[in-house]
Design a protein around this ligand. Structure first.
Ligand code: IMP
Length: 292
């Protein structure tokens, strides 16, 4: 099997986090690579048993490549806070608990920083880190790392992005990642930097084409946002995005009644008891905007 990617190559995005899978898809789509998510292929999500970001990225990419017979790209990422000796680190996702509620995770970071007196002056130093691993079905693999440095802020600000974005302000910026427009975050983000290293090595020969996001891609972005938001202000931003999407894709014969009926049908056919409350509202509203 040749170990190089070419235009039209199918690449498995080995992440079950919809926010991250969507960001990685955005990064590779302009190079003519077809991204298929691990969730779409119903691949099992391996347990992250390694002690480093690189180890976990490799474990996920190799498992997805072996199971699918296609090259696979996995990312392991997280937040590292200097005063917490690098925590939450590889446990960044786990600090959000079983309901993946990042308001809980951000509160825990804030509390642990308080216990160490770390909220003085500009806020504690922190960085996001992303390690990408490209793996092939025979197990061959390569890793690429990117970091973005900045400070933590409290309380969190902004409803864009996902995870710890609202409490991280990168160096030389006034806004947190949660307040920035997505393109401003991508311009400096740890994932973009890891991707730049991946691109230099693996995509150097592929020309970049400009793409307009399709309706499906726009919907995938909204679905990612609905699955990740945790707070009331994130819900407000999400509803504004729904409104912008509806204005961009007007539907001549749409009234409130069929939208409400879609919400009722969705509520009646899904087990939603464990769902984080703001996320539940977002998902119901998203369901209302789906047209057959
Ligand atoms: P994992 O890589 O799936 O183990 O999880 C990484 C976790 O780190 C995510 O669930 C987020 O909590 C956090 N994280 C990684 N990248 C970002 C980012 O760009 N913004 C905010 N949080 C992030």
């Amino acid at each position: 099997m040749p170990h190089h990617l070419e235009v039209g190559s199918r690449l498995v995005v080995a992440s079950h986090n919809p926010g991250k899978a969507w960001e990685i898809q955005q990064l590779i789509a302009p190079y003519g690579l077809e991204a298929i998510s691990a969730a779409t292929l119903k691949l099992a999500e391996p347990e992250e048993t390694e002690t480093t970001f690189a180890g976990n990225a490799r474990l996920k990419a190799v498992a997805a490549a072996r199971a699918s017979g296609m090259p696979a790209l996995a990312d392991d990422s997280g937040l590292q806070v200097e005063v917490l000796s690098g925590a939450p680190g590889i446990y960044s996702a786990r600090w959000a608990g079983p309901r993946k509620d990042f308001s809980v995770a951000m509160q825990r970071v804030a509390d642990e920083v308080s216990m160490r007196g770390g909220w003085e002056r500009a806020g504690p130093r922190a960085n996001f880190i992303s390690v990408l691993c490209l793996a092939w079905p025979d197990g061959d693999n390569e890793v690429f790392e990117g970091k973005v440095f900045g400070h933590l802020v409290w309380p969190p600000r902004g409803g864009n992005g996902f995870g710890y974005d609202p409490m991280f302000r990168p160096d030389d910026a006034e806004q947190t990642f949660g307040e920035m427009q997505p393109e401003d975050k991508y311009a400096v983000s740890h994932r973009t930097r890891a991707f730049a290293a991946f691109k230099a090595k693996c995509l150097a020969g592929l020309s970049r084409r400009k793409t307009q996001p399709s309706r499906d891609e726009a919907l995938a972005g909204l679905q990612a946002a609905a699955a990740n938001l945790s707070t009331q202000s994130e819900l407000a931003v999400f509803v504004a995005k729904l409104a912008a999407d509806a204005a961009a894709h007007p539907d001549a014969d749409e009234s409130v009644a069929p939208m409400l009926r879609r919400i009722v049908a969705w509520l009646n056919s899904n087990e939603l008891d464990g769902e984080t409350s703001w996320r539940l509202v977002a998902k119901a509203l998203l369901e209302a905007t789906k047209r057959s």
